[in-house]
Write a protein that binds this ligand. Structure first.
Ligand code: PLV
Length: 306
C-alpha cells in the first residue's frame, strides 16, 4: 500500500484537437492531496518514519506542504508546516483540514524556510518541497504506470518549479529504458529558473519571481534538475501567465477538473496551436494543485498584464 494512488491515464479528445496530435493525460490532480507531490513526499515520509522520525516539518504553503500534511495524518506522525505571510487563506484552511500545525512567518518562502530549519529538533524530519532524492524516486512511479499501460509517448510535457518533478520523471524514463523520450519542461516567463540555468550552463538564482504560478516560484532549481538536462533530452519552454491561466479555464471546460496555474503552464503548451508540431503522441503530466480557487483564477485572468 502506498500513500499515493495509481492515477488514470486517458486520451483527451479536446486537447488532441487543440494540439494537432494525440494527447495523453496523466491525471495527478486526482491524488488525494491534490497534486503529484504525494508520490515523492509520501515515499520520503514513509522512509523517514521507518528511520524513526517523530515529526515532519515542511516549509511549503503549497502542494508540498499539503502532501506532507496528508502523509503525516495517514502515518500518525504530527506535522508542522511553516508558511510565509503570502500564503492564501485557502491553503491554510486545507492544511488545517489535515490537522497540520501551521506557523505563519516571513514575507517569502526563504524566510519561512529559515524559520522552519530553526525549529528542527532531534527526531524531526525536514521534508523538502523538491530537492531530495527520495522525492524523485517516488515521483518516478508515475512513468512506471504509463509504461505498464503500454503507452510510449514521443515526448513528455511537464511543469518546472524547483525541478523535483522533472528529476523524478527523468528517473522514471531512464529506469523504463525510455532514454529517447524527450521532456518539454514548461515554466511561466516570470518564473523561468530552469530556462535561465540551461542558458547559463550552471545554476542561476533569479532576482525575483514575477508570475501568478506561485507553485513554480523557485528562484533557483535543484542542481539535479540541471544535471537531468545534461543527461537526458530536455527542452525548456516558456508560456505567459495569461496562457497558463487560460489553460486552467479551458481544461475545466474540457475535462471538468480545476488545476492551478502551475499546472496550466504545461497544459498551455498543448492548447497553443503549433507548439507541439512534429510530435504524434504526447504525454502531459497534469500535476494538479489544490490551493487556487476558480474565483482566484478568474480574477488573475481578468487582471493579467503578462
Ligand atoms: N510546488 C512547490 C513549490 O515549489 C510546493 O511547495 O508545493 N505543479 C504544482 C501544482 C506544484 O505545486 C509544483 C511545486 C510544481 C508543479 C513544480 O514542481 P517542482 O518544484 O518539483 O518542479 C517552488
Amino acid at each position: 500500500m502506498t500513500l499515493h494512488i495509481h492515477t488514470p491515464l486517458l486520451e483527451s479528445r479536446a486537447l488532441s484537437l487543440a494540439a494537432g496530435c494525440t494527447v495523453w493525460l496523466k491525471l495527478e490532480a486526482l491524488q488525494p492531496s491534490g497534486s503529484f507531490k504525494l508520490r515523492g513526499i509520501g515515499h520520503a515520509c514513509e522512509v523517514y518514519r521507518a528511520r524513526g522520525a517523530q515529526r515532519f516539518v515542511s516549509s511549503s504553503g503549497g502542494n508540498a506542504g499539503l502532501a506532507v500534511a496528508y502523509a503525516g495524518r495517514a502515518l500518525g506522525v504530527p506535522v508542522t508546516v511553516v508558511v510565509p505571510e503570502t500564503t492564501s487563506a485557502r491553503a491554510v484552511e486545507l492544511l488545517k483540514q489535515e490537522h497540520a500545525a501551521v506557523v505563519v512567518v516571513g514575507s517569502s518562502w526563504q524566510e519561512a524556510n529559515q524559520y522552519a530549519q530553526g525549529l528542527l529538533r532531534e527526531g524531526d524530519a525536514f521534508i523538502h518541497p523538491f530537492d531530495d532524492p527520495l522525492l524523485w524516486t517516488g515521483h518516478a512511479s508515475m512513468i512506471d504506470e504509463v509504461a505498464r499501460a503500454g503507452v510510449k509517448p514521443d515526448a513528455v510535457v511537464l511543469s518546472v518549479g524547483g525541478g523535483g518533478l522533472l528529476s523524478g520523471v527523468v528517473e522514471g524514463l531512464q529506469r523504463n529504458g525510455w532514454q529517447d523520450v524527450p521532456v518539454l519542461a514548461v515554466e511561466t516567463e516570470g518564473a523561468a529558473s530552469l530556462h535561465a540555468a540551461m542558458a547559463a550552463g550552471q545554476p542561476v538564482e533569479l532576482d525575483a519571481i514575477a508570475s501568478v504560478a506561485s507553485s513554480l516560484g523557485a528562484k533557483r532549481v535543484a542542481d539535479q534538475a540541471l544535471a537531468c538536462t545534461q543527461a537526458h533530452p530536455v527542452i525548456a519552454e516558456r508560456v505567459s501567465d495569461r496562457q497558463a491561466l487560460q489553460a486552467c479555464e479551458d481544461f475545466l471546460r474540457d475535462q471538468r477538473i480545476l488545476v492551478e496555474p502551475a499546472c496550466g503552464a504545461a497544459l498551455a503548451l498543448a492548447y497553443a496551436p503549433q507548439r507541439l508540431a512534429g510530435y504524434r503522441n504526447i504525454l502531459v503530466i497534469v500535476c494538479g494543485g489544490a490551493t487556487a480557487t476558480l474565483e482566484q483564477i478568474r480574477t488573475w485572468l481578468r487582471d493579467a498584464t503578462r
